[in-house]
Design a protein around this ligand. Structure first.
Ligand SMILES: [Zn+2]
Length: 343
């Protein structure tokens, strides 16, 4: 087992206005918390690498790339109400996206089995033509497209457990059948998209799977949902690579999210997704950091997630809201079973 981690002080360089939740301290706490773990023999520390413009342009418009590029070396700017840049944000965003591509390549070459890109800015709200929701470039979409373009794989599954819906990722692949997008997210909530009925279009019909969840959903619902619904859909899709938009803002202490997921819940999700990767993708699974704004909740969840990948671990999930959970799963199943016969 070789596990690759990209985590570097360079990701502190994307500066945001004071009081902004998506702040450099998120990386600082990960550098501190993961320091002992990173000394393990089975962990490879991989240096960040900037994405080529061509990799960005495979997913984003030239106008969008130019808009973000134009912020380089400049005074702080706001690209939308909550998406900001500083002098080094463009470069940092290229490093975040490029590091994901680099790990995809190392997974494809068999040099690594799995890994985690622990950088910022996050990506899943970034649309083809605009920055949005703290996100400049859509890192997971860029990595998925690169994996396919480079011939590393043919089919990619993107699983997004960030508490927010990944509108950008969904839209970029909405008409594609070679990239499956599965998202569980709080609803109603920012950005407002991600209804059950948003299923993909044309050839991509059924290859978008949205699981909107009520605020207050916790470990038991998430665990059942991933075991009973997400896992069989992923197995049926049979990806060659799984990319995870790993946001930890569904954590019970998160100041933005309203969910009740504990570290144990994230361990269970990691365990389920890793098992699918072993069955379908020769174990190839890559986690990319998205949200997660409580520094302790974020760092403990990331630590436990990596430990689960390295050692396996049996989390303790208490049974709660059982009837409500079963009701939700049977409703979701009736939406998806016409497309995914394994349900
Ligand atoms: Zn989020």
């Amino acid at each position: 087992m070789r596990y690759g981690i990209v985590l570097d002080e360079v990701f502190l360089d994307h500066s945001v206005p004071s009081g902004h939740p998506e702040r450099p301290e998120r990386i600082q706490v990960l550098l501190e918390t993961l320091a002992p773990l990173r000394r393990r023999q089975d962990i490879a520390s991989v240096a960040p690498k900037a994405a080529d413009e061509s990799a960005i342009l495979a997913v984003h418009s030239a106008e969008h790339l130019e808009r973000v590029k134009a912020t380089a070396g400049r005074e702080p700017l706001a690209l939308d109400a909550d998406t900001h840049t500083g002098a080094n944000s463009y470069e940092t965003a290229l490093l975040m996206a490029g590091s994901a591509i680099k790990l995809v390549e190392l997974l494809g070459a068999g040099e690594l089995d799995s890994g985690f890109v622990l950088g910022r800015p996050p990506g899943h709200h970034a649309e083809r033509d605009r920055a949005m929701g703290f996100c400049l470039f859509n890192n997971v979409a860029i990595a998925a497209q690169a994996a396919i373009s480079l011939g590393v794989v043919e089919r990619v599954a993107i699983v997004d457990f960030d508490v927010h819906h990944g509108n950008g990722t969904q839209n970029i692949f909405y008409s594609r059948s070679d990239v499956l997008y599965v998202s569980s997210h709080q609803h109603p909530f920012y950005p407002g998209t991600g209804l059950l009925e948003e299923l993909g279009a044309g050839e991509g019909r059924a290859f978008t799977v949205n699981l909107p969840l009520k605020a207050g959903s916790g470990d038991f619902l998430y665990s059942k949902l991933y075991a009973d619904l997400v896992s069989p859909i992923l197995l049926k899709f049979d990806p060659d690579l799984i990319l995870v938009s790993a946001g930890f803002d569904a954590h019970e202490d998160d100041p933005l999210g309203g969910m009740d997921v504990s570290v144990e819940g994230f361990v269970r999700l990691t365990q389920i997704l890793n098992e699918v990767a072993r069955k379908t993708a020769e174990g190839r699974i890559l986690y990319l950091l998205e949200g997660g704004y409580d520094l302790n909740g974020l760092s403990q969840s990331v630590l436990a997630s990596i430990q689960t990948c390295l050692n396996g671990r049996e989390p303790e999930i208490a049974v709660t809201q059982e009837a409500e959970t079963e009701g939700y799963i049977s409703k979701a199943r009736s939406t998806f079973s016409q497309y995914w016969k394994s349900l």
